[in-house]
Structure formats: structure tokens, C-alpha cells
Design a binder for this molecule. Structure first.
Ligand SMILES: Nc1ncnc2c1ncn2[C@@H]1O[C@H](COP(=O)(O)OP(=O)(O)OP(=O)(O)O)[C@@H](O)[C@H]1O
Ligand SMILES: [Mg+2]
Length: 266
């Protein structure tokens, strides 16, 4: 018998090898973009991948993967729609686009529970969970419902965004979910004409300095450029990792996927 408060992996995730949460302290830093490209990178490596869009207030995974649902139903379980070979579950399949969701506490918990337990996820090597920004009810609820192998933090390079990451990292720590590392998004811009590299935001002081200053060390696993085609490909429903597989950016994502897999295998 499990002890009280002990978290056990739900039946529906029994055949899911790795659960990776993608979170951030701040909104709009590129979590969903990183989540879909990472999922695509795992897929390109020949793995079975699912994405759970846990951003129930602002679901953006379905359009980013060019899928509008709805899920099928089989044996009283939802069957996730598939986009680019990736199984997807999102509240965006079940609500109208202009519905304002104000679920909190118990109802929110119930909806998330359905997304996990009443979905036929089947066999997956990776289930990537796209979180809403911050440290709210969704994060806490999820942590009580499933066992995640780790959380990937996303930030932009400014110091303020970084401070928000630290806050989020503290929250994950409290719920015993290890942080696998950090992705610094919109890190730099490469001029398409001359190739010159420009930092868009004030550049951070480097990992070592951060460690001293913040009292936490989170390894930076990748730096992603700010690039029109990253946004454009998401907009068209095909992550850049699939749309431009030979691009430098796709290579950065493939490398990131490898690093994360390495961390999980330890
Ligand atoms: N590296 C990038 N280069 C160019 N555009 C980007 C990049 N990363 C993200 N974007 C764009 O920035 C916007 C916000 O990205 P995204 O939706 O992934 O952020 P988010 O952190 O998931 O936001 P939210 O907190 O609202 O869930 C999107 O339009 C996306 O296409
Ligand atoms: Mg998002």
C-alpha cells in the first residue's frame, strides 16, 4: 500500500518511460516553442513522443503542431490526436478558442487528472508537458499527480527573467522534481546578411557568477537564437526542427534532446 501523500505513477502512464516538464518563471519566454521542437527532436531520433499541453489558460500546442483535434474515444478513454507523429492532448481540443477559463483549485485539479488518467497515452519514450508560466496551481497539481523525471526551465537572458527562473526552480525543488537544466531562449540574433551575432537582451554574467549570486546552479543546456523562422514555422504548425532539419537551430535542438536524454538516463 502506498503511504499517504506518496505519489504513484498513474496507470495510464505506466508505459511512458520519461516525463519531462517544460516550465518557466515568466510568460512568453518560449516554453511552448521549446516543448514542440524538443518533442520533434525526440521524434526525429526515432522515439515515441507525446505532448501534454498543461497550459489550460492559454493552450498553444495544437496550432504549433498544426492539429485542431478533437481527440477520439476508445474504450472510454480519449485517444490523443497525432501531429507529425507526436501524440497531443490539449484543452484547446475541448474548448472554443475564445472561451475564458477561470478554473482554479479543485476543478483545475480534476481537469488535469482527466488529461493524465483518461487519455490513452499508450507507449511513449517521452511525454513532454508544456506548463503555463509561473508557480501556480497547475504546477502543484501536476506534481501531486504524476512522477516526472525532471523539469526543463526556459528563460530569456535578462536578469529579471533569470530571477523568475530561480523562483520557479525553488518551487520544483519543494515538490521534489529535479531541474534538468535551463534553455536560454532568444539568446542572440544572427544577421541573415552578414552572419554577425548580436545579443538582443543585456547578456547575463555567466553561469558561475549566477551560481554565486543566486545560491542555485542550473546548468544551461542550450542557447537558442531569436530567429524569424522559429516563430514562422510554429505559426505554420510545423516546428523548425522538422521544417528546416538542416538548420543550425534544428541542430541545437537535436543536441539539446541528446543532453536531456543523457541526464534522464543517469
Ligand atoms: N527563439 C525564438 N525566435 C523567434 N520567435 C520566438 C522564439 N521563441 C519563441 N518565439 C515566439 O515568441 C512567442 C512566444 O513563444 P511561446 O508561446 O513559445 O512562449 P511561452 O513561454 O510558451 O508563452 P506562454 O507563457 O504564454 O505560454 C511566439 O510567438 C513564438 O513563436
Ligand atoms: Mg506556452
Amino acid at each position: 500500500m502506498p503511504e499517504e501523500n506518496e505519489i504513484i505513477q498513474p496507470e495510464s502512464l505506466i508505459d511512458v518511460k520519461n516525463v519531462l516538464l517544460v516550465g518557466s518563471g515568466k510568460g512568453g519566454v518560449g516554453k511552448s516553442t521549446i516543448a514542440v521542437n524538443l518533442a520533434a527532436a525526440f521524434k526525429r531520433d526515432g522515439l515515441e513522443v507525446g505532448i501534454m499541453d498543461a497550459d489550460i489558460y492559454g493552450p498553444s500546442i495544437p496550432p504549433m503542431l498544426g492539429i485542431s483535434g478533437p481527440p477520439g474515444v476508445k474504450n472510454e478513454k480519449m485517444v490523443p490526436p497525432v501531429g507529425h507523429g507526436i501524440k497531443i492532448m490539449s484543452i484547446g481540443f475541448l474548448t472554443r478558442e475564445d472561451d475564458a477559463l477561470i478554473w482554479r483549485g479543485p476543478i483545475l485539479h480534476k481537469v488535469l487528472k482527466q488529461f493524465i488518467e483518461e487519455v490513452n497515452w499508450g507507449h511513449l519514450d517521452w511525454l513532454v508537458v508544456d506548463l503555463p508560466p509561473g508557480t501556480g496551481d497547475v504546477q502543484i497539481s501536476l506534481a501531486q499527480m504524476l512522477i516526472a523525471g525532471g523539469a526543463l526551465m526556459v528563460t530569456t537572458p535578462q536578469d529579471i527573467a533569470w530571477r523568475d527562473v530561480r523562483r520557479a526552480a525553488t518551487m520544483f525543488d519543494k515538490v521534489d522534481i529535479p531541474i534538468v537544466g535551463l534553455v536560454e531562449n532568444m539568446s542572440f540574433f544572427v544577421c541573415p546578411n552578414c552572419g554577425e551575432v548580436t545579443g538582443i537582451f543585456p547578456q547575463p554574467a555567466g553561469d558561475a557568477k549566477r551560481e554565486v549570486a543566486e545560491g542555485v546552479f542550473i546548468e544551461t543546456l542550450a542557447r537558442i537564437p531569436i530567429e524569424p523562422s522559429i516563430a514562422a514555422s510554429s505559426e505554420k504548425g510545423m516546428p523548425i526542427v522538422l521544417a528546416e532539419p538542416e538548420s543550425e537551430t534544428a541542430k541545437i535542438f537535436m543536441e539539446l534532446a541528446k543532453k536531456i536524454a543523457g541526464k534522464f538516463s543517469k
